[in-house]
Ligand binder design. Sequence first.
Ligand SMILES: C[S@@+](CC[C@H](N)C(=O)[O-])C[C@H]1O[C@@H](n2cnc3c(N)ncnc32)[C@H](O)[C@@H]1O
Length: 220
Amino acid sequence: MLVTSRSFEEYEAFFGLAPGDLAGTVLDCSAGASGFAATANARGGRVTAVDPAYRQAAEPLGAAAEAALVEGEAILAEHADRYLWSWYGGLERHHEIRRAALVEFLADLRRHPEAYVAGGLPDLPFEDGAFDLALCSHLLFTWSNVLDEAWHEAALLELLRVAREARVFPLVAQGAGDAVPFLPSLVDRLRGLGHRVEVVDVPYEFQRGARRMLVARRSA
Ligand SMILES: C[S@@+](CC[C@H](N)C(=O)[O-])C[C@H]1O[C@@H](n2cnc3c(N)ncnc32)[C@H](O)[C@@H]1O
């Protein structure tokens, strides 16, 4: 799995974030080399990033993220028809955004290592209710070809154990952006457990068909 470096601005669009959404404690789960925590915290936020990749030292982690940037762009060039370019304007701007986010991530990791915690779903190293909001970009559903429905259910329940609200983007599989067959039954089961779950349109579509997020709020 690539350790990608999406930016704060991309996260804002993926998760329909309004300024008030970041007023509390926030978890970026499967944060990879994203610049989200760095930017948000520089603006006074309280964001913690978690990813199993943080078990590595900064240098190999940076090398993995650098390799992901190159590999990701090769995939984009090879499958350009799978993407819509209105948000980025073109490959060059996409590259600038991802590189800037990677540079910001690496600088922040060195300055504030306490904000980057090694760990992974479905067993996160945090207390119950540690966060107001958990964000999860490009892990759940994206990797539904290798992570099954039971894993997704355990992962979503874990996000709702550590946070009052969880937002997940996107809701389609990597590659051609196929719909995830178990999404409706998973939503039904979470609702059956008393959680409030909605599928919400967002102001972003890059991978064709990936324009909705899942918002789950823990039962009282
Ligand atoms: C495609 S990257 C997304 C990174 C970042 N969220 C972004 O949007 O650029 C997927 C990330 O999920 C992480 N990951 C893999 N298994 C995980 C797990 N079980 N729990 C949490 N993160 C995981 C990988 O290390 C990788 O950094």
